[in-house]
Write a protein that binds this ligand. Structure first.
Ligand SMILES: [Fe+2]
Ligand SMILES: [Fe+2]
Length: 157
């Protein structure tokens, strides 16, 4: 995934790094669909925990700035859409061809969602909230991500 990460600081840099990690896992499955059984549990947990932590820690702060309103609303819709596709994939037979087709759609959604955040939402957010606040949010985001991740891992094992 091509992403412009220059200029992203604090929590936004952490988030962009997570986008890169999950995108490379997704690419590995696309390159070799046999890897899906090993990698899907990690991909789904990473994606779900990532969006939940964004929604809990980051977007409520952005929502206090009227110039970010539209971004916050659109983000919530896209996060829901991602979760819906993940739920559908979980309900399907992992070995089937249909699963792989839907996985490719998820991959496209993830890439476009991440690019939108990194190239549009986050630069506008740093302008609005300032670099110091972006740095302050970093630890809180990381802690929240960890919490959601272990909660999702418990459910799958
Ligand atoms: Fe997001
Ligand atoms: Fe994100």
């Amino acid at each position: 995934m091509e992403a412009r990460r220059d200029g992203l600081v604090g929590v936004f840099q952490t988030i962009a790094g997570q986008h890169g990690e999950v995108a490379s896992l997704i690419d590995r499955v696309k390159a070799d669909p046999r890897k899906r059984e090993a990698l899907w549990p990690r991909i789904r947990v990473s994606l779900l925990a990532h969006e939940k932590a964004e929604l809990k820690v980051v977007y409520p702060v952005l929502g206090r700035y009227s110039e970010l309103d539209q971004h916050v609303t659109q983000h919530a819709q896209e996060a829901q859409q991602l979760e819906d596709v993940i739920t559908r994939l979980d309900a399907m037979t992992l070995q089937g061809e249909d699963w792989m087709t839907l996985f490719e759609s998820l991959a496209e959604l993830v890439v476009s969602h991440a690019n939108e955040e990194e190239n549009e939402i986050f630069p506008a957010s740093i302008n609005a909230i300032g670099q110091d606040r972006a740095k302050d949010l970093d630890d809180k985001f990381k802690a929240s991500f960890k919490d959601f991740k272990s909660a999702y891992e418990k459910v799958t094992h």
